[in-house]
Design a protein. Structure first.
Length: 323
């Protein structure tokens, strides 16, 4: 390339992030350290005209500070074919607008822009449903709209966890015991009386002691430490957004086996940055949209996970420029 690599980050408003915890900011800082020309844009800045993807891009400089963590220039509408990479970091919900966004980003991909993670993968790999592709890595799991099936699953396993397929950050997660009189209400709420799919998993008691571990994979390879998220004493949810405490730990043999099963599939499908959620040695979610945990692990172990991702991106861009 005769100019610095140009990366445009599609994200929620940069002025509203928590800079101490935001993984996207960590990625942008790593890119900036490598001389990348950075821009950011929001979902509403993206459009397609006559088959060509366009976006109102704002040039941005980032700083690793608790206040004034960024400065930006005025927006300019440009074809996304003029940037080398779009880093897709829009948070869920994974709704219809999110799906439309992946369609629009595919037009940029068709014009030669690297999109991370790949739009088709974002559509195909629902973070809860995609666990079904790896049943040997997961605890007993049921995905259904049938409330009778959910009740039978609870009777079989005694204690279960129920979740919607489209949520994030621990929203609408229920732990139920056999005989709980609220079970029917929970099933009705999650399935909208049998009109919407939900996921039911056997409860894993290790959530209380060892937590819900986030394992990050960069281009299919695991970061050597996981972030174990221990629920608060009055909660069942291992989500930082729900008050869980994040404690880093080295990967164990089981973690590495799980990554060896799932990582190559993710790499093949163009998913360069993914988070596996693991409880008691079982994968419960495969997070492909905007996984977090970089800042906590970097801080605890002196890592540069954002830098690992940027190196993987720059390698791919270099291969493209030689092709």
């Amino acid at each position: 390339m005769t100019r610095p690599p140009r990366i445009a980050v599609l994200m929620d408003p940069i002025g509203q992030i928590n800079p101490a915890k935001d993984s996207t900011l960590a990625m942008m800082l790593a890119a900036q350290r490598r001389g990348v020309e950075l821009h950011w844009f929001g979902q509403g800045d993206l459009s397609v005209r006559d088959g060509r993807a366009l976006a109102r891009l704002r040039p941005v400089t980032v700083n690793d500070q608790p206040t004034h963590w960024y400065s930006e220039g005025p927006p300019t509408q440009l074809p996304l074919s003029e940037v080398d990479c779009v880093l897709m970091r829009k948070d869920p919900p994974f709704d219809t607008e999110y799906v439309y966004t992946t369609y629009l980003l595919e037009r940029a991909e068709a014009a030669g822009t690297l999109v991370v993670n790949r739009p088709q993968g974002l559509r195909d790999m629902n973070e809860k449903v995609f666990t079904a592709w790896f049943p040997d890595c997961c605890a007993p799991t049921l995905i259904t709209r049938d409330m009778t099936e959910m009740a039978a699953f609870m009777a079989e396993h005694g204690r279960i966890v129920c979740k919607p397929l489209h949520g994030m950050g621990g929203r609408s997660i229920f732990a139920l015991d056999q005989g709980d009189k609220n079970a029917r209400v929970v099933f009705e709420t999650l399935t909208e009386y049998g009109q919407r799919y939900a996921i039911v998993q056997r409860y894993l008691p290790e959530i209380v002691t060892t937590g819900d571990s986030r394992i990050l994979l960069v281009d299919g390879e695991p970061v050597p430490y996981a972030l174990a998220r221990i629920p608060a004493a009055d909660d069942n949810r291992g989500n930082l957004a729900a008050g869980a405490k994040g404690i880093g730990r080295p990967l164990d043999e089981r973690d590495r086996w799980l990554c060896s099963r799932i990582g190559p599939v993710l790499r093949e499908r163009g998913m360069l940055f993914v988070g596996l959620d693991v409880i008691g040695g079982f994968v419960t979610e495969i997070n492909v949209t905007s996984p977090t945990g970089i800042r906590e692990l970097d801080r605890q172990f002196g890592l540069d996970i954002g830098g690992q991702l940027m190196e993987a991106i720059l390698v791919r861009l270099a291969h493209r420029s030689r092709a």
